[in-house]
Design a protein around this ligand. Structure first.
Ligand code: NAP
Length: 233
């Protein structure tokens, strides 16, 4: 059974991707930080959940060593948002957003890539955001970190293409998860209305695209940014 590693798998998009890839026949190893109860429930459902901050270089490499023959799929999903005017954004918050959203993808890729290269097979899937392409007012650090992840995707896709590895990106629109709980009902209704399809996205909408990129038949797709945004952009 091939292994899929998903960062930030305890809630939202990562959790939906974990169940989707399990359904597709993968052994799924997920990471989380705070959501112990959700992790317990997922363990009961056969998903291996390991507590690991995506910024923890050593622990990421420990996970890579414990995976056995190496992971076939890595989903760099863990992410945090931050909303404020740029002039109210302190440097430590800027660093935190970049470290989780962008450096975390570097860390887990650094850990899992050697086995993929050895196996001459891998599927690396980065969860960016439509704001990484379009830019969101009051979310400069978040948008910039997600744009960086797009650059990471395009560059690494070229670097590892000869090794049978694909690196691709998904740019979700507004998805109904905890990440958006900071917005009131009226704001969320407005965002649903602004989405041409007329509703917010669901974690399953994104998980379906993760499954598509994770499949062996996506071999010829390299460095692409798949917008799954209901037509928002
Ligand atoms: P969410 O519901 O807030 O869940 C975030 C997940 O990331 C949780 O499982 C959380 O684990 C984990 N996480 C947070 N910080 C972490 C860290 N330092 N190390 C490891 N795991 C960490 O968010 P979501 O909406 O599912 O978002 C998932 C990804 O999609 C993010 O990269 C986000 O930027 C992107 N995205 C979301 C939307 C949207 O509208 N929701 C749109 C575009 C892109 P714990 O709970 O255990 O801490």
């Amino acid at each position: 059974m091939e292994t899929a590693v998903i960062t930030g798998a305890s809630r939202g998009i990562g959790k939906a991707a974990a169940y989707e890839l399990k359904k597709a026949g993968f052994r799924v190893v997920g990471t989380y930080v705070k959501s112990e109860e959700q992790a317990q429930q997922m363990r009961a459902d056969g998903i291996e959940m390991i507590r690991c901050d995506v910024r923890d270089f050593e622990k990421a490499h420990e996970i890579a060593s414990s995976v056995g023959d190496g992971a076939a799929v890595l989903v760099n999903n863990a992410g945090i948002a931050h909303t404020s005017l740029l002039q109210d954004l302190p440097p430590d918050k800027w660093d935190e957003v970049f470290d989780v959203n962008c450096k975390g993808a570097y860390i887990f890729t650094h850990a899992l890539l050697p086995a993929m290269i050895r196996n001459k097979y891998g599927r690396i899937i980065n969860i960016s955001s439509m704001w990484g392409e379009a830019g969101a007012s009051c979310e400069v650090a978040y948008s910039a970190s997600k744009a960086a992840l797009i650059g990471f995707t395009k560059a690494l896709a070229k670097e590892v293409a000869p090794s049978g590895i694909t690196v691709n990106c998904i740019a979700p629109g507004v998805i109904d998860t905890d990440m958006n709980r900071c917005y009131d009902e009226q704001t969320m209704a407005g965002l649903a209305e602004e989405t041409p399809v007329g509703r917010l996205g669901t974690p399953s909408d994104i998980a379906a695209s993760v499954r598509f990129y994770a499949s062996p038949s996506s071999e010829f797709i390299k460095g692409q940014i798949l917008r799954v945004d209901g037509g928002f952009i």
